[in-house]
Design a protein around this ligand. Structure first.
Ligand code: SF4
Length: 252
C-alpha cells in the first residue's frame, strides 16, 4: 500500500469509528436497551465494542460489586480496574480481596503518578482539605483519563436517582470528557433493586454500607450520613463539591 492509500485507509478507519459511535446511534441503542436487565446492557457492550476494548470501573461500592458479578457472568475476560488513591478505607481493600478470590479475578490497580507523600511535598499536606478538586484531579481524574485511553467503552455504576447531576444518565451514551462510549447499566435501577441483586447472589460488599455510609470514597472525604440526608451528603462534607470529576455530565 503506498503512502497515499495508507493515509486514506486511516481516514476511512477514523470516520468509520466516528460513524459507529455517533451520539444519535447511541441514543437509539439506549432507547432500545433501557428496559433490559443490566446484564443485557453489559452483553451489548461486550459484543458490540469488543471484550478487549471495554472495561468496568469499580470503586467496590454496592453498585459496583453488583456490576462485577454481572460482568463476570457475561464474560470473565473483561478488564476491571479500580482507582487506588492510596486513601481508601481498609474495608474497601478487603472487599476487593474477597471479590478477587470469589471470581478468581485480578483487578487492575490504577494510581496517581504521585504518592500521597510526593503530593504533600509538591502541593502541601492534606490537599483534600484545601483544594479537593485538585486532589481529585491528581489522584482520580488524570489516572482515569490515562487508563481509558486504551479502551473504546467503559462501564460505570451511575444511577439516575443518585444525584441531580446523574438524573439524565442513559444506559448507553457518548462520554465527551474521555472520548469513548459509556455504559451505565444500572441507570434506571433503584437502590432496593441493587441490594436485592447483591443479596440474591450472595455478593460480598463493603460493611461500611451497614454503618450509614451509602457512598464510599476516600476516607478523608467520606463521613456517614444522618437519617434523611442525601445519600451523597457524606462525600466532601463542608464543600459544594459533589463529584470527583469522573462523571461530570451537565445538569440538564
Ligand atoms: S476524594 Fe478526597 S482524598 Fe480522594 S482524591 Fe478526592 S479530594 Fe483527594
Amino acid at each position: 500500500m503506498n503512502k497515499s492509500s495508507t493515509s486514506q485507509a486511516v481516514l476511512h478507519d477514523r470516520s468509520d469509528k466516528e460513524t459507529k459511535w455517533e451520539p444519535e446511534r447511541l441514543k437509539r441503542v439506549a432507547d432500545e436497551l433501557k428496559n433490559q436487565h443490566p446484564i443485557e446492557i453489559i452483553r451489548w457492550g461486550v459484543e458490540q465494542i469488543g471484550v478487549s476494548s471495554i472495561t468496568l470501573a469499580c470503586s467496590f461500592g454496592y453498585e459496583d460489586v453488583a456490576l462485577v458479578d454481572m460482568v463476570m457472568k457475561v464474560n470473565p475476560e473483561v478488564d476491571i480496574f479500580y482507582l487506588d488513591t492510596e486513601l481508601l478505607f481498609e474495608e474497601t481493600y478487603q472487599v476487593r480481596d474477597q471479590l478477587s478470590e470469589r471470581y478468581q479475578k485480578d483487578f487492575i490497580r490504577v494510581s496517581s503518578v504521585l504518592t500521597v507523600e510526593e503530593q504533600a511535598s509538591e502541593y502541601g499536606p492534606e490537599l483534600w482539605k484545601r483544594d479537593p478538586n485538585l486532589c481529585c484531579r491528581l489522584r482520580k481524574v488524570e489516572p482515569l483519563k490515562k487508563n481509558l485511553q486504551g479502551y473504546q467503552g467503559w462501564i460505570t455504576g451511575i444511577r439516575r436517582e443518585q444525584s441531580i447531576t446523574r438524573a439524565h444518565a442513559e444506559v448507553v451514551e457518548w462520554d465527551d470528557s474521555f472520548g469513548l462510549v459509556k455504559l451505565n447499566p444500572l441507570a434506571f435501577w433503584k437502590t432496593d433493586q441493587v441490594w436485592s441483586y447483591i443479596r440474591e447472589h450472595g455478593i460480598p460488599y463493603n460493611p461500611l454500607h451497614d454503618q450509614n455510609y451509602p457512598s464510599i470514597g476516600c476516607f478523608p472525604c467520606t463521613r456517614p450520613v444522618k437519617p434523611g440526608e442525601d445519600p451523597r451528603a457524606g462525600r466532601w462534607a463542608g464543600f459544594t463539591k459533589t463529584e470527583c470529576g469522573l462523571h461530570n455530565s451537565p445538569v440538564k
